[in-house]
Design a protein around this ligand. Sequence first.
Ligand SMILES: *[C@@H]1O[C@H](CO)[C@@H](O)[C@H](O)[C@H]1NC(C)=O
Length: 228
Amino acid sequence: MKLAFPLVLTFAVVSAHYTFPSFIYNGVTTEPWLYNRRTNNYWSQAPVTDVKSIDLRCYTSITGATASTLSVTAGSKLGIQTDGSIFHPGVVNIYMAKAPGNVTSWDGSGAVWFKVYEISAVTDDGSSITFPSEGLPSVTFTIPKALPSGQYLVRTEAIALHSASSFGGAQFYVGCGQISVTGGGNRTPKPLVSIPGLYTGNEPGILINIYWPIPTSYVQPGPAVWRG
Ligand SMILES: *[C@@H]1O[C@H](CO)[C@@H](O)[C@H](O)[C@H]1NC(C)=O
């Protein structure tokens, strides 16, 4: 009987965390970890909390995983499916980076990442703050029509802010998938950032008490979204 409470507690903690194992494309949810690189936390679902860690990028330092590459057309919608839901109050960013060759053998190093989508917080001058991504089972964005054709990494980042009031308290749930874009355009995505490197951990949208005093505004971490 003495074990019952710790076991229940452990289960509750683990089930509150999440990974991004699948894409959703043309109404089909892809097999887990087929097109998405299996992350270190595929069993624990534990977050990254050190923004300087190489694991902030694709979280594959232990698995060393690569994946197959999903073929998609520019201008179409691509979803990213969790293994549960984005359980916490927080925000979402989706970044992409173009591989110089075959994305399967590329690690995404260098100042190569641009942001294609974000779900921020909603504030109203201090009477409330809400997080539209909280509880979502998946996130869907449009691959910019103007994006050049080629092979890309797609990196999803959900930043959980429930314990972000002290340095290192924000929890980063991240993962990378591989896509090959056809029918693209000829614009140049920008600005480009390195991951890790883009965050210090002191950003007002990362080191923040979301509960009290209720923030009057919220600054989304990372560069502006490139919309093509
Ligand atoms: C990329 O490399 C993988 C692994 O070697 C291979 O299976 C795949 O066919 C390559 N893709 C392209 C488009 O060359």
